[in-house]
Ligand binder design. Sequence first.
Ligand code: ATP
Ligand code: MG
Length: 396
Amino acid sequence: MTAPETVEVIAALGEARFVGGAVRNALLGAPVVDIDIAVPIPPDETLARLKAKGVRTIETGLDHGTVTALAGTHAFEITSLRRDVETDGRHAKVAFTDDWALDAARRDFTINALYASADGEIFDYATGVEDLIAGKVRFIGDARTRIAEDYLRVLRLFRFHAWYGRGEIDEDGLRAAADAKDKLKTLSAERIAKELWRLLEADHPGPVLRVMAATGILPELLPGALQVLRLERLVALDAENGFPRDPVLRLAALLSDSEEVARAAASRLRLSNVDRARLEQALGGDRIAARLSAQEARRLLYRLGEACFRDKLLLQWAGEPAKSPAGAWRMLLDMADSWQRPRFPLSGRDVMLAGVPEGPEVGRVLAALQDWWVEGDFAADESALRDRLKEMIRQA
Ligand code: ATP
Ligand code: MG
């Protein structure tokens, strides 16, 4: 918040304050990732002032008062003070204002309605600082009313509690959230997925997910039987072994082992093709046991690829931690890390040169040859493979 480019943007805007996550996290001493800025001027004025000082801008969402400023390597979201005039649970019609307290009142939680001037003065229009210290995630105003304005706030309650809450979830908020669960299907997949992702990235998403499961909120979002225990164990494994937090894998841990469930979850959350394929592979097909021989492990690594092997291994480890010693799992992980995919030296061309006429048979012979090579632990070299190919053709 004191970086030269930040100072430059604030100076160009004149009266401006940091708001939301940046202020909250700075007070907590937690990392500040993106910086939101609030200004008491309408968006066209924001644009004009930034342009006058030569700051690059993007018209992100002028209707909602948001302009993005680019300075150095940073992007700043600058939003005009506003109040919600009309809400329908998903969208809001907004009006711009120069009243800071009105802008604070339209925000969701007290801890998210904190503002700070460039020289570090804090403006707290609700009970944000107090609640931040106490670890309370509380709606500004009546929980039911605030949730009915925007049902995404149901998920935000859980997400922010997982990150910043201590103890139980706020009682009023939880009751209002549970009562609104059937409204979640009216939200766009993208908004839901984004909140779910942030929740899964928390240090300890388990307790919150338990409450979401018990209140029937989680089943509104995800298909199949949910395995919160497996997710909690995966989270513990991440912490014990220093693995990076991986929301896709955490989602996989939460779901049941079925390609169909994976596909349903991916469509509901409208995941990217890459994430969808990963989820389907991780949850479908064969599982990995801790007691694999080195040869079986190499075979699976070749069949699944290293990334999928790791995913399946971690899911299985988290799913049955007591059954096998951690050392056995770690050894398999080490194998995956150092594994180099052996190259199959022959191609369809070689099969044709050996006498198989062009057509589907070429692929079948090649696949059978490759299977033999894999089952033989990749020991056969090019000339051994050519001999085997000749023999296969003779026998056919
Ligand atoms: P993070 O560190 O996760 O980015 P954040 O507080 O910046 O946390 P955002 O989702 O980026 O969270 O939103 C920025 C701010 O905008 C919030 O702090 C809050 O004041 C306000 N806000 C965002 N979404 C809503 C919403 N659905 N309802 C009310 N206020 C919201
Ligand atoms: Mg943010």
